[in-house]
Design a binder for this molecule. Sequence first.
Ligand SMILES: Cc1cc2nc3c(=O)[nH]c(=O)nc-3n(C[C@H](O)[C@H](O)[C@H](O)COP(=O)(O)OP(=O)(O)OC[C@H]3O[C@@H](n4cnc5c(N)ncnc54)[C@H](O)[C@@H]3O)c2cc1C
Length: 620
Amino acid sequence: LLIFKATKRAPKKPPLLNDLRDVASRVDADDEEASFPLSPSLVLKRLKSPEGTAGCVLAARLSEEPNLRVLLLESGESSVDLKLSNIPAAFHKLFKTKHDYDLSTVPQPNAGGSSRYWPRARLLGGCTAINAMILHHATPSDFDEWPKFLGKTKDNSIWSYQGLKKYLLKLETFIPHKDHPDVDVSERGSSGPMKTGYFGHNSYITRQFIRACQTAGIPALPDANTSKGTLGVTKTSFVKLFTFSTNQANFPISQLLLERPNLRVCTSAIVTKVIFDKSGDQPRAVGVGFTTSRDGPRFEARARKEVILCAGAIHTPHILMLSGIGPAAQLAFHDVAPLVDLPGVGEHLMDHPTVDVNLLDKSGHSLGWMRKATGVNFQAISALFQWTWMGNGPLTTNLAEGMAFIRADDPKVFPDPQELPLAEDSTSGPGCPDIELFVTPMGYNLFGEQITEPAFGVHAVGLRPTSLGTVRLRSNDPFDSPVIDPRYLSTQHDVQVLIKGVKALIRITQAEPLVSKVVDRAGDDDPTLDHHLFKATRAEIEEFVRERVNTLYHPTSTARMARREDGGVVDEELKVYGVRGLRVVDASIFPTIPAGHTAAPTLAVAEKMADLVKAEHTKA
Ligand SMILES: Cc1cc2nc3c(=O)[nH]c(=O)nc-3n(C[C@H](O)[C@H](O)[C@H](O)COP(=O)(O)OP(=O)(O)OC[C@H]3O[C@@H](n4cnc5c(N)ncnc54)[C@H](O)[C@@H]3O)c2cc1C
């Protein structure tokens, strides 16, 4: 007797385009004429499906309009079938693989002298395909201050929190959860493409951290994503990309998108420059040049209406500079023919500096076993089964399970009268935090050093840093990564904020119930852990901060929306100054870094711009 499992025939997947001649002219070979059936009216940089970052949302929304034709070019591969991209706990397994640009900063003189590794996804979907899925809207006043960078007020600008909130909500379908009954669902979206909520693992360690924060004076916050702001401690809400398996849930969405006759998505298409028509009074972007590899065939795709760069805060300024838009002296130094002298391109690089503190766990709930590199990992095998068959368990941890947003000037959190006040308030308003604290039910060291297990981590983040860095050309070869210098801790303000953050962590880990139920003082003399902080002087904490500071993976603001005379690169409609037909839509346009995680603001900006671009090109 043979028993066959009855399976429905899988619907036929519409293909991503890998033959680039389908959408572009090959320009380095006389014998190949482009077939070019699409004649795209818009050229975008990338898109996956509505779950991706800026380019993905833009392409998905723009192609809703049948009169617009959209071409999306992505240098990486599709992430839809990439298992590691879909297991929440596994996002870091894609670091330093072919799906990562594997970037590093230059050595950081104010931060121990070493360079820092910066993962950036080379995948359809961008960094959302390798990120920790945290959904955070940042603080309303962060968006209300954007008009000021354009010399406007929120009443006469298209940018303000109220204006953007609609798009933050448009993105999501919030799924209520019985353990979080206090979330005000009227403040959350109900029909967007991303499922958001509290699906993930909620470890014992996280729950004790949240309670200890409250003991230490941080109020409980039902939801960090509302117009009431983010001050307080809360369970992290995150983006659920799948219910049971990614392919089943995502596939119909991707399929629908790819079946649209007016959308073409090309993978392994590396954009090397924007092409301009220079015959008019101002250069006009008319397409892009791209290829498949350093020695690959060269293609050009033409755009009838406009080109939109969505390559992220590192690669967007890189492509602009390779195309002749940037600081004139730098372009001249690298023999790039200048088109527009725009000194702000690649300047004003911001990131959230973060300090990781690892402590020994005695609760028995550390997920440190996930990091075991040798031998058979029975816990990991069992967790993989649980995730595959039931969609739950430890692999649904996004690591940063609980988070607190505090202000450095809050006397409840910093009651010590000896504690120095900060000389400068860099926040966007009184309801805006300048420090984030978060907990992970496992420890880790981003410098690759081993730590003793079982461990857990607590982390302090400077949310409104004042150190400004740069992204610069290394050469005029598009395959040479740009030179990244975040200038970590180059201001005293940023050092002070992180010292305060670490001090807050010390108080919280010595507060109940964390102190008695989780922190194992047997780790006090372990050199691989950070228990020495319990007895450290201020100077020792400063030294620790400078050595340990690292990225929260949030680079922004390298093609800022700001007045041109203030170093702005794009105007209020995200159009690049000095040229026509070219916009930037990604995290590089943020005038300054929001006090929160950067994916949701990036997605909301893309949603808003999709409406604006549609309106502009479909006007009678
Ligand atoms: C490891 C990690 C964890 C993170 N965790 C979170 C989190 O939990 N929550 C959160 O809110 N934020 C998180 N972030 C940050 C967030 O994901 C980013 O801020 C956001 O995704 C940025 O979107 P973007 O559109 O600006 O750029 P990206 O998402 O980087 O997209 C840029 C795209 O352009 C493509 N590209 C670049 N150059 C070229 C070229 N020359 N030709 C063709 N294509 C090109 C890239 O391959 C990529 O697909 C995390 C980031 C990382 C790296």
